[in-house]
Design a protein around this ligand. Structure first.
Ligand code: FE
Ligand code: FE
Length: 285
């Protein structure tokens, strides 16, 4: 592991999310009380948050958007991208850790079991494909982690908020103000989010998916927004409505992991069909 990638694999951040947001039924205490008793993040994850908060500046995000959003890197189908993503962690323990494809299939299967529409199942299947950014050589702190707006003050509700003191935008005369470069209630489509797998995949898939799915993909790591109710001053009425869908999606991402392992070969025909219903055979990445 190099200094830029303190976690043994990017899923350690997701494991930390489960520590921070345990399922509601765990214990008799309310979730917030329960959270107070939790130990802090493991050192590798804490080091990861520190790098993320140090380096996710307004200029950094602008530069990454220029670098990646022309989508000229590769042409790949959705299942192909799933298999590509699966090469991300090749030294994980197959007895205890889920592969990337297994996480995607578990989320999709849990959504399917609850009788949700086909586009919703598909969203579960693809929601983390943006993590192929890691395979393009991007550091963990620019791929995973809670996301948040840049160009305005970093909310005190973001995990390890103090690490933002090391961010060059911290003392910026405009970026450090509550609304920063944005109008009050400008709407999230006008707000630049920290760079990571959500924003990237949103741009790859948006022409093919309903707006609810686009929101689920684009904001699924925006825990300060969908779990902590931060940044309400930037939300439009429409954002409030569509965040109901982001919140509906979140449990399938966080809590579907412990169920039985999905049988990939058995499920593949169903999902190939579902993919073909919405997407062309190749997408621009
Ligand atoms: Fe994700
Ligand atoms: Fe996920």
């Amino acid at each position: 592991m190099d200094e830029n990638n303190p976690m043994s694999d990017p899923d350690q951040w997701e494991a930390d999310l489960e520590r921070r947001y345990p399922p509601a039924e765990q214990g008799e205490q309310s979730v917030s009380e329960f959270r107070n008793y939790q130990a802090e993040a493991r050192p590798s994850v804490k080091a990861f948050y520190r790098l993320n908060h140090q380096h996710q500046t307004f200029d950094f995000v602008k530069q990454k958007r220029q670098q990646f959003l022309s989508l000229e890197r590769q042409r790949m189908g959705v299942w192909e991208a799933m298999e590509f993503l699966n090469t991300l962690v090749d030294d994980s323990d197959p007895d205890t850790e889920l592969s990337q494809i297994e996480h995607l299939l578990q989320a999709a299967e849990a959504i399917r079991a609850d009788g949700h529409p086909r586009w919703f199942i598909l969203t579960g299947l693809i929601h983390d494909l943006g993590k192929i950014l890691c395979l393009f050589g991007e550091p963990q702190w620019a791929v995973v982690g809670d996301t948040f707006p840049v160009g305005c003050a970093y909310s005190a509700n973001i995990v390890y908020h103090d690490f933002f003191r090391e961010n060059p935008d911290w003392g910026h005369p405009v970026y450090s103000t509550e609304c920063g470069i944005y109008q009050r209630h400008a709407g999230l489509e006008n707000v630049m989010m920290s760079w990571g797998h959500d924003e990237y995949l949103y741009h790859v898939t948006k022409p093919y998916l309903p707006i609810e799915a686009q929101y689920m993909i684009r904001y699924h790591s925006f825990y300060p927004g969908h779990r902590e109710n931060a940044y309400q001053h930037l939300f439009s009425e429409r954002d409030h409505e569509l965040f109901e869908w982001v919140r509906k999606f979140n449990p399938y991402d966080l809590y579907s992991k412990s169920d039985a392992r999905p049988d990939i070969e058995k499920l593949k025909p169903f999902y190939m069909n579902l993919i073909a219903e919405f997407f062309p055979s190749k997408l621009a990445w």
